[in-house]
Design a protein around this ligand. Structure first.
Ligand code: HEC
Length: 152
């Protein structure tokens, strides 16, 4: 599944963490933990910078933010199996990872004024994982409705 060779993954991950550690204080510690969680639980499929390349795994970088343009799309982001069923069981930690994905990796695709995901929102929605025979078709429909609702 992973397209990243292991030594590269470690090196780039370490540089990423060192950069964040420079920010200082408890906030940096939380951020570092969040990035470690992303790298450990998500990065193998989605790529360390949210670029998954030529796989069936969607690219997050500069695209994932489109989903939050509709309430349905926002819910989808928590209900998608990779998130709702994540081994990150702590709702706050999962919300932190999702916010990292949406606000950092999502870049300009994320509309200004988007509310961060809360632990309560994650708690409620992860209990309703998407159930469909054709996740890719459902994803395409949710995404096209969300994009139509985006400001740009
Ligand atoms: C086993 C590979 C895999 C893992 C691990 C994984 N994902 Fe995914 N992710 C996918 C696939 C494939 C999709 C497309 C929907 C589907 O088929 O589940 C997806 C969809 C998404 C989406 C919706 C965006 C879109 O374009 O559909 C987000 C956001 C996301 N993943 C974030 C995460 C986060 C955060 C983690 C870690 C907590 C994670 N994923 C773990 C494979 C993975």
């Amino acid at each position: 599944m992973t397209r990243i060779r292991f030594p590269d993954f470690l090196l780039v991950g370490a540089l990423f963490l060192l950069g964040l550690a420079g920010a200082g204080g408890a906030r940096a510690a939380t951020q570092t933990h969040t990035v470690t969680n992303y790298l450990t639980h998500c990065g193998g499929c989605h790529g360390i910078e949210g670029i998954s390349g030529r796989t069936f795994v969607p690219t997050l970088r500069d695209q994932v933010g489109w989903f939050v343009c509709s309430p349905e799309g926002r819910d989808y982001l928590v209900r998608v199996p990779g998130i709702s069923m994540s081994l990150i069981r702590d709702d706050q930690e999962l919300a932190d990872v999702l916010n990292f994905v949406v606000f950092r990796l999502g870049g300009s695709s994320t509309p200004t004024g988007t509310r961060p995901f809360t632990a309560a929102e994650v708690h409620k929605l992860r209990a309703q994982p998407l159930q469909t025979d054709d996740l890719m078709a459902l994803r395409a429909e949710v995404l096209s409705r969300a994009r139509a609702a985006c400001p740009h």
